[in-house]
Write a protein that binds this ligand. Structure first.
Ligand code: ADP
Ligand code: MG
Length: 728
C-alpha cells in the first residue's frame, strides 16, 4: 500500500464514534422544531387556526389579515427558539433544495431596530433566482419568478433559520419547481378517488395519497472521499477494480451496524425527530458500507418535502462525523447500487387505506377497484412512469444488469393473480344472484385471509404490490420523489376518472346495478392490462424477450426514456387534468435532457483528467522500474537475459498497450465531446453523449482497472475499492 493511503487509513481507524447524547425520549423531541398544528392551536386565534386548517384540508385561500396574524405567531415562536433568519424553502428543478435567508431584523431609524415578519413576507417572496434551470420558461430579462407559501407543509426550524415550504412559479403562472405539479396531481387524484369512493361510502370527502420512501445510501469516510477526484466531482467512482471480496457473502446485509455509522444514524435521527420527520427504520443494506433509512409514511406532499430535506440534513450531519454520504445510484461498480423505494397508497378521510383488503365483501370490492385501476394506469402509462425516474445516474441501475430493470411491470403475487383470474371470468352483463353470492363469498370475501400468508415478495419487480400498498422500487436514491409521485398520482387520477365514466355508463345506459357495473368494468380492465403483470425474474434475459412480445417498452437510457415525457399522450394527459401545460412539460424535458448531457460531460472530463494525470504517470513509473530490472538482468546474464526477464518484458509490453489504449481513448472521447457540444438540439446532444461518449468512458475505465491489477500497490495513487468499502 502506498504510504499516503496507509496513513489516511490509519487515521480513520483511530477515529472514535462521536458520542450522541439522548437525554430525552424521541417522542418528546418529535416535531419540536416544527410549526405544526399543535403549536398553531396553542398560538393562533381560533379564526386564524381554522383558516389554516381549511387551507390544508380544502385548499382555501388565507386572507391577508389572517396571514399577518400567522406570520406574527410564527415569528414569536421562532424567536423563542433562537432563530434569527427566515427563508422560503423550495425545490427548483436542479433536484436540490434552495433557500435564501433574510434576517427578521429591521431598523426603524438610525438608532433602533426590531424583529419583523409580516403576512406579506410569509405568503410571497421574489428570490433573485434567475440562475435556476427553467427550460426557457423564464427568460431573465422578461418574466420573474416568485415563491408562495404552501400551508399544507408546515414551517420548520433548521439551524437558526425558519424555513417556509413554498412553491416556485413564474409570474406568468408556469411551475418552475417540483412541488407545484405535485400539488396539482395530488388534488386531481383526490377528486377522482373521492368520486369513486362514493360508490362504496357516501361519507368519504377526501382522499390523500400517501408516500413512505426508503432511502438507501453509502457512508464513506470523508478523508477517503477527498482522495478520489471522481467521487468529489461526480458522486461516484469512475474507475476502480472490484475487490476480491464484495457482497457475495451477504455478510453486511442486516448485519450489526458499525459503531461510527451507528453514531451517525443516531445523530441524524435526532435531527429528524426535531424536524418532525418520523424516521423509524435503519439497517445495513446489501453492499458493504451501504445503509437504509425509512420513515413512517405520510401524506405525499409532506413526505416529498421530508425526503428533500433529509437528503440535505444527511449531508450536514455526516460532516460532523467525518463521513460523506453518497446518494448516487451507483457509486461502486460490482456491488449493489442504491434506490429509493416509493411506497404509495391512497387513504380516505374516514381512515380507510384503499389498497388494504377489508373485512367485508363490499370493502374488498372497493379494494379491488383501486387495485385494478392502479394496475391499468401503470399498464397504459408504463413508458411515462419509466421516464419519471430517468436520470444519468439511475441508468446504472435500470439500464444495466441490476435491480430493477428498465421494463416496468407489476408484481401482485400468486394469490391476487388467482383472484384476478376468477374475476376475469365473471359473466358479461348482469350477474345472476347466485354468481354474485359466489363471487362475494369465494373471491372477494377471501382476500384478507389469503393475503395474510401472501409472503412471496419479488425483489426484482420495479412496481410491486406489498399487501397494503404498491412499492415503486425503480426510483433512484438521488431522485426528488416529486417527479415519480406526480406521474403516478396523475395516471391513477385519469384512470379513476375513466373508471367512473365507464361504470356510470353501464348504470345509466344498460340499466345495471352498481355492483354489476363495477364487476363488468373491472373484468374488462383485467383483460386489457394483463400484459403488465409479471411474477418472474425481472433481471433475466427471458423477460426482455417476453416483455418485447407483450409490447412493453424497455428504454435503457435516459435520452430514450425521456421521450415519453413529451409524447402526445403525455401532453394531453397532463394538460387535460391541469397538472402541467405544454410549456411546463417541454421545459422539464429540456432541463432533464440537458442535465443528462452535462452529467456525462462532467464524468468524461473527470475520467480524462484522472487517466492522464494519475493513471498514466503511475503506469510509466512502474514500467520504468521494470525496465530498470530488465537492464539489471541483462547486466548479470548477458545474452541469455531474456529467459529470466520474460514476465517483466511481457508486463512492460502490456503496460505500453494499456497506456496507448487509455491515452488514445481520452483523445477520442474528447473529440466526441467536442462534436456533441456543437449540436444545437439538446436532445441530439444527450444522444451523442449517451451513444458516443459513454462507451469511451467505459473503455478508459476498463484499461485503467486492468492496470490497477498490474501495478505495484505502493505506487497506486487512488484509494482502492477495498479501502473505500471495507474501512469502517
Ligand atoms: P419493507 O418494504 O422494508 O419490508 P414495510 O412493508 O413495513 O417494509 O414498509 C416499507 C415502507 O412502506 C415503510 O417506510 C412504510 O412507512 C411504508 N408504508 C406502509 N404503509 C404505507 C401506506 N399505506 N402508504 C405508503 N407507504 C406505506
Ligand atoms: Mg421496500
Amino acid at each position: 500500500m502506498s504510504t499516503l493511503r496507509f496513513h489516511a487509513i490509519k487515521e480513520i481507524l483511530n477515529r472514535k464514534p462521536i458520542k450522541i447524547k439522548e437525554s430525552k425520549r424521541r417522542s418528546e423531541l418529535f416535531g419540536n422544531n416544527v410549526f405544526n398544528q399543535k403549536v398553531m392551536r396553542q398560538s393562533l386565534t381560533k379564526d386564524a387556526y381554522n383558516s389554516v386548517i381549511n387551507a390544508i384540508n380544502n385548499g382555501s385561500k388565507i386572507d391577508r389579515g389572517i396571514a399577518d396574524q400567522i406570520a406574527s405567531s410564527m415569528k414569536d415562536w421562532a424567536l423563542s427558539k433562537g432563530v434569527t433568519h427566515y427563508t422560503h424553502w423550495f425545490q427548483p428543478l436542479t433536484g436540490a433544495t434552495a433557500e435564501k435567508h433574510d434576517a427578521f431584523f429591521e431598523t426603524i431609524d438610525n438608532d433602533s431596530a426590531i424583529e419583523k415578519f409580516g403576512g406579506s413576507q410569509l405568503v410571497q417572496q421574489e428570490p433573485d433566482a434567475s440562475s435556476f434551470p427553467n427550460g426557457g420558461i423564464r427568460n431573465t430579462f422578461e418574466a420573474r419568478g416568485y415563491t408562495a407559501w404552501d400551508p399544507t407543509s408546515p414551517a420548520f426550524i433548521y439551524g437558526t433559520t425558519l424555513c417556509i415550504p413554498t412553491v416556485f412559479v413564474a409570474y406568468t403562472g408556469e411551475a418552475l419547481d417540483y412541488k407545484t405539479p405535485l400539488l396539482r396531481a395530488l388534488q386531481v387524484v383526490d377528486q377522482a378517488a373521492t368520486a369513486v369512493c362514493k360508490y362504496f361510502d357516501k361519507n368519504v370527502r377526501k382522499v390523500n395519497a400517501s408516500l413512505g420512501w426508503e432511502q438507501e445510501y453509502f457512508l464513506i469516510d470523508s478523508g477517503l472521499v477527498a482522495s478520489r477526484p471522481d467521487i468529489v466531482l461526480t458522486g461516484r467512482t469512475l474507475l476502480g477494480h472490484s475487490p476480491a471480496k464484495g457482497q457475495q457473502l451477504d455478510d453486511h446485509y442486516f448485519g450489526s451496524i458499525p459503531s461510527r455509522a451507528m453514531a451517525y444514524m443516531r445523530d441524524l435521527e435526532k435531527e429528524c425527530m426535531l424536524l418532525g420527520i418520523p424516521v423509524k427504520t435503519r439497517h445495513n443494506e446489501v453492499a458493504p458500507n451501504q445503509f437504509e433509512l425509512a420513515p413512517i409514511y405520510s401524506e405525499a406532499n409532506l413526505a416529498v418535502d421530508h425526503n428533500s430535506l433529509i437528503m440535505d440534513v444527511m449531508d450536514k450531519v455526516a460532516a460532523r462525523h467525518n463521513f460523506k454520504v453518497l446518494l448516487h445510484e451507483k457509486p461502486f461498480a460490482g456491488v449493489n447500487g442504491s434506490g429509493k423505494h416509493n411506497n404509495w397508497s391512497l387513504g380516505t378521510d374516514t381512515g380507510i387505506n384503499l389498497l388494504q383488503p377489508g373485512k367485508t365483501p363490499m370493502s374488498n370490492l372497493q379494494f379491488l377497484t383501486f387495485f385494478i385501476n392502479t394496475i391499468k394506469a401503470v399498464y397504459e402509462n408504463e413508458a411515462l412512469l419509466r421516464a419519471s425516474i430517468a436520470s444519468a445516474s439511475n441508468d446504472h441501475r435500470l439500464g444495466a444488469n441490476e435491480a430493477p430493470p428498465a421494463i416496468i411491470s407489476v408484481f401482485i403475487g400468486e394469490q391476487l393473480t388467482r383472484v384476478l383470474e376468477d374475476l376475469e371470468s365473471v359473466t358479461k352483463g348482469k350477474l345472476s344472484p347466485k354468481e354474485k353470492t359466489d363471487l362475494k363469498l369465494n373471491v372477494v370475501g377471501k382476500i384478507p385471509e389469503i393475503l395474510l400468508d401472501n409472503t412471496d415478495r419479488n425483489r426484482t419487480s420495479p412496481f410491486a404490490f406489498t399487501g397494503n400498498k404498491f412499492e415503486f422500487r425503480a426510483v433512484g436514491s438521488l431522485a426528488n420523489c416529486a417527479n415519480p409521485m406526480t406521474v403516478l398520482n396523475t395516471i391513477v387520477a385519469q384512470q379513476l376518472l375513466d373508471f367512473k365514466g365507464d361504470v356510470d355508463e353501464l348504470i345509466d345506459k344498460k340499466d345495471m346495478k352498481k355492483d354489476d357495473a363495477i364487476f363488468n368494468v373491472l373484468r374488462e380492465y383485467i383483460k386489457q392490462s394483463k400484459n403488465i403483470l409479471f411474477e418472474g425474474n425481472g433481471y433475466g434475459e427471458a423477460w426482455q424477450d417476453e416483455a418485447k412480445k407483450r409490447g412493453l417498452s424497455n428504454n435503457k437510457t435516459t435520452p430514450e426514456a425521456l421521450k415519453a415525457r413529451i409524447s402526445k399522450e403525455a401532453i394531453s394527459l397532463f394538460e387535460g387534468l391541469g397538472v402541467m401545460n405544454t410549456v411546463e412539460i417541454e421545459a422539464r424535458y429540456e432541463i432533464e435532457i440537458e442535465e443528462y448531457a452535462m452529467r456525462i460531460q462532467i464524468e468524461g472530463r473527470t475520467i480524462g483528467d484522472i487517466a492522464r494525470n494519475h493513471i498514466i504517470p503511475t503506469a510509466v513509473k512502474y514500467q520504468n522500474i521494470l525496465i530498470e530490472n530488465v537492464r539489471g538482468l541483462k547486466d548479470i546474464f548477458g545474452a541469455s537475459y531474456k529467459k529470466h526477464a520474460k514476465e517483466q518484458l511481457e508486463l512492460i509490453e502490456e503496460i505500453s498497450k494499456r497506456i496507448e489504449a487509455i491515452n488514445s481513448g481520452v483523445t477520442k472521447m474528447t473529440n466526441e465531446r467536442k462534436q456533441a457540444n456543437t449540436l444545437s438540439s439538446a436532445e441530439k446532444r444527450a444522444q451523442a453523449y449517451c451513444q458516443k461518449v459513454i462507451p469511451f468512458i467505459e473503455d478508459i475505465r476498463y484499461h485503467c482497472d486492468k492496470l490497477e491489477l498490474l501495478i505495484d500497490d505502493e505506487l497506486w495513487p487512488l484509494t482502492k475499492y477495498r479501502e473505500l468499502l471495507f474501512t469502517k
